[in-house]
Design a protein around this ligand. Structure first.
Ligand SMILES: O=P(O)(O)O[C@@H]1[C@@H](OP(=O)(O)O)[C@H](OP(=O)(O)O)[C@H](O)[C@H](OP(=O)(O)O)[C@H]1OP(=O)(O)O
Ligand SMILES: Nc1ncnc2c1ncn2[C@@H]1O[C@H](COP(=O)(O)OP(=O)(O)OP(=O)(O)O)[C@@H](O)[C@H]1O
Length: 491
């Protein structure tokens, strides 16, 4: 990329989260990822550069090691002409969802990250002329804590995502509670995975997006977004899954196409041979938490049908879901066990503020930082060193709980023999695919007190909601169990 000759007209709005905004190049398979800040909280250029460099280093030295070389794309920090950034910011402003405009794109430092556009296959330099379908999933935390520090019994039974849904709906973030449960997706059991993916398709929230040729065709911006339309989605997907036959349109067609999509995504998620070192993390010694979340409509429905035990096939070791889950499980103590250790580090830093650098709280995220993460002992010897290791492991785990998985699918040509990419078959077509992970920015040390407070809020709100439901008339509860049975139709 020639940073001297940047033209804002060659770039278009691609998407954004809470902390960064992404623009994509119209022809080349690259994106620019800018940081966002609340208005009036501008940062010095040097600080922005360091922050971005830390993101790159963390990706290279930690996440590539844990998740595997092929899944992680670190990109590089680039310096852009300020005029280009200002014009770009003006150009894209009208496309930004209102709910994200509480923060502004950083137009002052001139720094951004340049990354491959993962919504297309990883060709990096030039867009392929083949059509490309890309599914982005933000799976969230896939396990239930078994830590003895947990004080709320509910946390041993219901996963954080399912509990958090109630608070999100109550605060108006989303309109309705999703049937998606991360434990179903991470189960490795195909039926549960189908159910999880179908639930995401029904209620995408910010956990699912679908792009066609780099353009967003499915996803939910906020609670005001219109209800999802499967028929419209099926219309987009049909040429990918039924390329040559005249499958009739209508609800049957939509269902058949969606079923194909769900099957292909499940196969891709279970595939993989990239051996990250996460599989070497021998997590224990505590017993593993339950493999089923009591709030998942899937497991609830099986219980209603008298089938109490769920088949648990487990994830294959090389797949990205498995690797991600292992990193998430670096949160061995749960926030309740971690918070007192954070306080220990804080007290030490209050006394010796100059030690912050030596403790690598704000980086550098180098090989030494990575090596310390491998110490999985849970025996507290009362030292600051022990507390610090657990704090850093927690930050890494939280990062893995909030990352997204990108699956890019491109139909195989008849003469696809020279294609080096792995291939996934569908009923009437075959796809070359790639799997990547994005948003691997290490969670800040400062967010730990917020995590602690939020955890308490989520659990207490959920417990209250469950109590209120138990007190509701029997007729309302029966209605809900009928709903659960209905959603269990074969996919
Ligand atoms: O706490 P959670 O689980 O709500 O996760 C936050 C996400 O909300 P979600 O529940 O996925 O809708 C939240 O996503 P949204 O802004 O809601 O799309 C962010 O990803 C946030 O991370 P950060 O503060 O920007 O680094 C996430 O915060 P972290 O907890 O990962 O720091
Ligand atoms: N390399 C990439 N290629 C294609 N699309 C990308 C890439 N990086 C990010 N995106 C898109 O931009 C969106 C926002 O990026 P990202 O999740 O990194 O933002 P964030 O603000 O850090 O997220 P969060 O809200 O979790 O803090 C993603 O959901 C994804 O759709």
């Amino acid at each position: 990329m020639d940073q001297g000759k940047m033209d804002e007209n060659e770039w278009g709005y691609h998407g954004e989260g809470n902390k960064s905004l992404v623009v994509a190049h119209a022809q080349r398979c690259v994106v620019l990822r800018f940081l966002k800040f609340p208005p009036n909280r501008k940062k010095a250029s040097e600080e922005v550069f360091q922050h971005l460099q830390n993101i790159v280093d963390f990706g290279k030295n930690v996440m590539k090691e844990f998740l595997g070389e092929n899944y992680v794309h670190c990109g590089e920090v680039v310096q852009l002409p300020l005029d280009f950034v200002k014009q770009l910011c003006l150009k894209i402003q009208s496309e930004r969802p209102e709910s994200r405009c509480d923060k502004d794109l950083d137009t002052l430092s001139g720094y951004a990250l340049c990354l491959p556009n993962l919504a297309r296959l990883q060709t990096y330099h030039f867009a392929e002329h083949r059509p490309i379908l890309c599914v982005e999933i933000k799976p969230k935390c896939g396990f239930i804590p078994s830590s003895s520090a947990v004080t709320h019994e509910m946390k041993h039974k219901v996963c954080r995502y399912c509990m958090h849904q109630h608070l999100k709906v109550a605060t108006g973030k989303w309109k309705q509670i999703s049937k998606y449960c991360p434990l179903d997706l991470y189960s490795g059991n195909k039926q549960r995975m189908y159910f999880a993916l179908k639930s995401l398709l029904q209620e995408a929230q910010n956990n699912l997006k679908i792009f066609k040729n780099g353009e967003l065709i499915y996803g939910c911006k906020d609670a005001r977004s219109p209800a999802v339309d499967w028929r419209e989605l099926a219309h987009h997907l049909k040429p990918f899954f039924y390329p040559s036959n005249g499958l009739a349109s209508g609800p049957h067609c939509a269902r058949a196409v969606i079923r194909e999509l769900v099957r292909v995504i499940t196969r891709v998620l279970l595939s993989g041979s990239d051996k990250g070192r996460a599989s070497a993390l021998k997590l224990g010694p505590g017993s593993p938490g339950p493999c089923v979340c009591e709030a998942s409509p899937f497991s609830r429905s099986l219980r209603h049908q008298g089938k109490s035990s769920l088949e648990h096939s487990g994830l294959p070791k090389g797949c990205l879901l498995y690797q991600t889950l292992q990193v998430q499980m670096l949160d061995l103590l749960d926030i309740e066990g971690l918070y007192p250790l954070y306080r220990r580090v804080e007290r030490y830093l209050e006394e010796f503020p100059e030690q912050r650098k030596a403790l690598q709280i704000d980086g550098p995220y180098d090989e030494a930082f990575y090596q310390k993460l491998l110490d999985l002992s849970t025996e507290d010897d009362g030292t600051v060193a022990f507390a610090l290791t657990k704090v850093q492991q927690y930050r890494v785990a939280m990062t893995a709980k909030d990352c997204s998985i990108m699956i890019a699918l491109s139909p195989c040509l008849q003469d696809a023999s020279s294609d080096q990419r792995p291939v996934v078959p569908a009923s009437r077509s075959r796809f070359a695919f790639s799997v990547s992970v994005l948003d691997l920015d290490l969670k800040p040390y400062e967010s730990i007190p917020h995590q602690y407070r939020l955890d308490g809020k989520i659990v207490s709100y959920y417990s209250k909601a469950v109590r209120a439901k138990d007190a509701a008339p029997v007729s309302a509860r029966l209605k809900e169990s009928e709903d659960c049975t209905l959603v269990l139709h074969k996919v």
